[in-house]
Design a protein around this ligand. Structure first.
Ligand code: SF4
Length: 238
């Protein structure tokens, strides 16, 4: 049976539930999605801590669940090395990128366009080529100003379900989960980063906002690359 889209205010659950309850809720969401969509459920793995937690949860539900990574020519060396390790361990993680030429320093002059070409377009291709009905993300509603209005189960693109199974987890709880299960993470966290992206667009900051180090000094500051806000079905006409 397909997942039911329910619009509800779940923000209170961020503080009302403890980690064990949230883990059960997340596993239940992924289990329901896997029962409904089988091999057409795919995890989007950004190689950040939240994706590592979701990937671990998904593997607890079924080792057969597949995933995809979208990488760009601007990813830090540490992230690329971590990606190679992940793919070696999990060959069911497919890597997508867009290698078409882009204007020099487009990330400075038009970061929205740069993200659209290098991140959104390969995500569309992943969803098309992997025949995805339900994609699973590590999005959380306490990450920053742009992430407060999402639901655990959404259908932003008709025919494409989006599952955000750790939407109500706090940053601290992600780290607790990863520590409890000894899940390896990107070594950039050791340097003080809290949210990871492309090298020219990611800084270490002391802001309370977890995503404040993204696109600093641009109109996109603390914002989104577009995969959570732009249409993803490949038949969408830009
Ligand atoms: S994060 Fe920066 S470098 Fe990476 S795709 Fe977006 S604008 Fe380009």
């Amino acid at each position: 049976m397909p997942l039911r889209i329910i619009e509800e205010d779940i923000k209170h659950l961020v503080y009302d539930m403890n980690l064990a309850q949230k883990v059960e809720r997340s596993l239940s969401l992924i289990t329901q999605a896997y029962s409904a969509y089988g091999g057409r459920i795919v995890v989007a793995n950004s190689l950040g801590k939240d994706s590592c937690a979701v990937w671990h949860l998904a593997k607890r539900v079924s080792p057969d669940i597949r995933g995809f990574i979208v990488t760009t020519r601007f990813k830090p060396r540490e992230t690329v090395q971590f990606m190679h390790k992940m793919v070696a361990q999990y060959p069911e993680l497919k890597v997508f990128s867009n290698e078409e030429p882009v204007p020099d320093k487009l990330y400075e002059t038009d970061p929205d366009r740069c993200c659209d070409i290098l991140k959104v377009q390969p995500t569309r291709r992943a969803i098309e080529e992997m025949d995805v009905t339900c994609w699973v993300t590590g999005l959380r509603c306490t990450e920053g100003r742009t992430r407060t209005d999402f639901q655990e189960i959404e259908e932003r693109d008709k025919g494409l379900i989006k599952l955000n199974p750790i939407l109500i987890w706090q940053e601290r709880e992600v780290w607790q989960y990863l520590a409890i299960h000894q899940v390896p993470v990107n070594p950039l966290y050791e340097k003080g980063y809290r949210s990871l992206g492309c090298e020219p667009c990611t800084r270490i900051t002391n802001s309370p906002d977890e995503r404040a180090g993204r696109w600093v000094g641009t109109g996109k500051s603390g914002g989104e690359c577009g995969i959570h806000t732009r249409p993803l079905k490949i038949d969408y006409q830009i």
